[in-house]
Design a protein around this ligand. Sequence first.
Ligand code: RRO
Length: 311
Amino acid sequence: MPSTATTIGNFAFDNCLMNAAGVYCMTREELDAIEQSAAGSFVTKTGTLEERAGNPEPRYADTALGSINSMGLPNMGFQYYLDYVTELQNQPNSKNHFLSLVGMSPEETHTILKEIEASSYQGLVELNLSCPNVPGKPQIAYDFETTDQILAEVFSYFTKPLGVKLPPYFDIVHFDQAAAVFNKYPLVFVNCINSIGNGLVIEDEKVVIKPKNGFGGIGGDYVKPTALANVHAFYQRLNPSIQIIGTGGVKSGRDAFEHILCGASMVQIGTALHQEGPQVFERITKELKDIMASKGYNSLEDFRGKLNYID
Ligand code: RRO
């Protein structure tokens, strides 16, 4: 039987599939459901310094080809999630986890990261540089200078394992510029991609979500080619010590296989998890193992990053 086990930094996971931040991760109850599922890990909803209610509803809609959301960073405050992952890490046989966070300003981000640094949490941390839905706040990682400044400051005091959640890039020059910034720092991983920001879905001559007159982050089938391109572009450009987490358009074993083929060490499921529930992990794990078995692959290392080109 092939294994879908993987590692990120010094952390081992029995399965490479997990939730994408924002889906099934707002409360302990939702996180528990992922913990009890076939997923190899969970990531918490991105936490801010203070609790946030987020944008007005309706703020998420499923569509035939995926989803659109403008949640607006609703969360219980980072301390809620920090307490939970710290509690779990002290339990025998607990999975390893990812704690996601961002401040509403660079100062707030540093305040949060300093508290995590001082805490007893020893797991992975994901800094979300790509929320597309807070009115008036651009996606941080589209501004390379600000991203560079934030990371320089962060690594002056932060010593725990840290990765970043990235927005999709759409230009080869931007892949080059972004990779040059990330390669300056001891990041453990980059996670590609967050939703494609500021799409618009219309039904019956009307937008389907309320915030920002219907503009929101796009996920699901629409985004898979963009996600695969970002995973592979960073796999080609980043120092080998910086691993890639692949997120975007995964609803089958084949989709997960393709992310790994592009270089992903772990694969996250967002829209499909929202639509299908935590059972999705068992189904996609089986589909991925079936594909691996049919090709004679026993582990992810047998095909990770080994995308074939046309001569
Ligand atoms: O909460 C959100 O609106 C949200 C966030 Br923080 C994010 O990173 N990505 C997204 O699609 N929605």
